[in-house]
Design a protein around this ligand. Structure first.
Ligand code: SF4
Length: 342
């Protein structure tokens, strides 16, 4: 029988698993506390379990860890982690300092198959989906590396990969991120970013309505088709219709990410179209000037143009942030994650 990783299981599955290997089901909560709250690295650490039980668990189960291969620290305090997986693949995660707290940006796939034209990860293609344990371990190991782990309050699934293309493992990881018997992050502080996989957005809304961010980047189908191949499958009308019905509690809004690219999507007419497009949605907009990288076909607009675009949206009463990418000196900025950076 193959060993099962406790970090790949939710509470019900943990109960079912321990029962299957002949252990009382109430032990499931105890084991999960050790794994997620106390961050036990082996069954030996579980000192309130008998030696016999620890040995028994060890024969049938594991508690996985990622291999930390490298950490880089940017001038602005952003930290990028390169993790090695069991099969030799590598993934990256980023810890971003904000005002008074930290946000961890984690990966959900090795590479990505979505092919967005502005994205460095897309060039790598998709190697494979991450397991739920590999997603959760990024957070746990980043937290372990911090002087003040309690300051890690926000999680964004915005690193390498399209989270909704790996729905099953991502949903399981989200449960273990937000459930009180596991990592217990506030649901309001967990955000999933998608390029727009419509059926999976609908499913997420039904099953686990956390904060949603949508990588939009264009306000018309022609431009979006050029930048993001997914738009041919789920064009703007279909995407926006789904987003209009995404369940949100009072005061919550969908974040729209808009990477500003010179002469492609940065005209005032684009801003006007964006306003029209989002008129029925509770939205906030993050404008992200494109980050140039070697061999990139695009450029960032100049400062004046970025301001004009922002002003146009503010005039129409949108909350608009210009997100200066953090960690640009270590290639940790949006769309620049790739395990080949090192
Ligand atoms: S932007 Fe996101 S969805 Fe698009 S290719 Fe890059 S990682 Fe994939």
């Amino acid at each position: 029988m193959a060993k099962v990783d406790f970090k790949d299981l939710d509470l019900e599955e943990t109960r079912a698993w321990v029962e299957k290997i002949g252990v009382e089901t109430y032990r499931a909560e105890q084991i999960r506390r050790w794994v997620f709250s106390h961050q036990a690295e082996s069954f030996e650490d579980m000192t309130n379990l008998s030696k016999e039980l620890r040995n028994h668990l060890n024969s049938f189960s594991t508690i996985s860890q990622l291999k930390l291969l490298k950490t880089e620290i940017s001038l602005d305090g952003t930290r990028k982690f390169l993790f090695g997986l069991e099969d030799g693949n590598r993934i990256e995660s980023v810890l971003i300092p904000e005002r008074g707290h930290y946000t961890a940006c984690i990966s959900t796939q090795v590479g990505c198959a979505m092919g967005c034209k502005f994205c460095l990860t897309a060039r790598q293609g998709l190697a494979r989906n991450l397991k739920s344990s590999e997603i959760i371990n990024q957070i746990m190991q980043i937290r372990q590396s911090m002087d003040q782990p309690g300051k890690l309050t926000n999680i964004v699934l915005m690193g390498m990969g399209e989270p909704l293309a790996n729905y099953k493992a991502v949903a399981k990881a989200i449960k273990n991120i937000i459930y009180p018997d596991a990592l217990d992050f506030s649901r309001r502080r967990v955000t999933l970013s998608t390029c727009g996989l419509v059926p999976e957005i609908e499913r997420l809304g039904r099953e686990l309505p956390i904060n949603l961010a949508v990588s939009l980047n264009a306000a018309d189908d022609k431009t979006r088709n050029l930048l993001m191949p997914i738009n041919r499958k789920y064009p703007l009308k279909r995407l926006l219709h789904t987003l209009m019905h995404y369940p949100m509690t009072k005061g919550r809004r969908i974040t729209f990410e808009y990477i500003l690219i010179k002469d492609i999507n940065d005209r005032l007419s684009d801003a006007t179209n964006l306003v029209k497009l989002l008129k029925n949605i509770r939205a906030k907009i993050n404008l992200i000037p494109f980050n140039n990288y070697d061999g990139s076909p695009f450029e960032a607009p100049d400062e004046e143009r970025i301001r004009a675009f922002q002003d146009e949206l503010i005039r129409k009463n949108y909350t608009v942030m210009i997100r200066k990418s953090k960690g640009t000196d270590i290639s940790a900025a949006c769309g620049q994650l790739t395990s080949r950076c090192f």
